[in-house]
Design a protein around this ligand. Structure first.
Ligand SMILES: CC(C)(COP(=O)(O)OP(=O)(O)OC[C@H]1O[C@@H](n2cnc3c(N)ncnc32)[C@H](O)[C@@H]1OP(=O)(O)O)[C@@H](O)C(=O)NCCC(=O)NCCS
Length: 167
């Protein structure tokens, strides 16, 4: 069992988050981003989130303070009427997957979201992704739609499953 602690992110976590997330950009269709984030871009992203209880970012770190994974909620859409909805996701380093970090990160994330003015949370899961589906179903998300071949990465089209949680 991997030992880890959870804490809210700070802006100095930019490079640690990128160390987890950029390999998924590079090597995986789990995110549809295709260009790795710079530290400055990630710091901006973090600063947009910090201080707004609707947009928590939770870090899981090992006993040496190395980041093992993170979960976040982001604006669903910039238009104001969507302000009560968020998109959520979690990314765990390959060596930490399947050991409960995703669940622990989401438990902490939803503790914050439950105290915020959020009515719906959405997860956009590139198919297939059984670990992510299990994680989201375990937190009460229901599959509401699949968009077929809505994105193309690494030269092939991918379906995206939309999951919804009512808060
Ligand atoms: C998806 C992800 C965040 C889940 O985090 P995790 O720490 O690996 O998952 P956990 O150990 O907390 O397990 C969560 C659930 O998924 C299940 N699970 C974990 N790995 C699995 C796998 N490979 N296949 C099927 N189910 C799996 C667990 O059994 C658990 O379900 P349960 O509560 O019904 O037992 C993580 O695997 C990951 O970062 N994957 C790559 C990036 C990614 O796809 N992110 C999601 C984008 S939407």
């Amino acid at each position: 069992m991997t030992q880890f602690t959870l804490r809210p992110a700070v802006s100095d976590d930019a490079s640690g988050i990128n160390a987890i997330y950029n390999p998924f950009i590079r090597d995986s269709a789990a995110t549809f981003e295709t260009v790795e984030q710079s530290e400055a871009e990630r710091r901006c992203w973090l600063e947009d989130h910090l201080g707004d209880p609707r947009y928590p970012v939770i870090i899981a770190a090992d006993p040496e303070s190395r980041i093992l994974g993170f979960a976040s909620a982001s604006a669903f859409d910039p238009r104001a009427a969507y302000g009560t909805s968020v998109k959520v996701s979690a990314f765990v380093a390959p060596q930490g997957q399947g050991m409960g970090l995703g669940k622990a990160l989401y438990k902490a994330l939803f503790e914050v979201l439950c105290g915020a003015d959020i009515h719906r949370a959405y997860a956009l899961i590139v198919a297939p992704n059984p670990a992510s589906v299990a994680l989201h179903e375990g937190f009460g998300f229901a599959h509401v739609a699949t968009l077929s071949e809505v994105g193309r990465k690494f030269g092939r089209f991918h379906d995206v499953m939309w999951f919804e949680k009512r808060l």
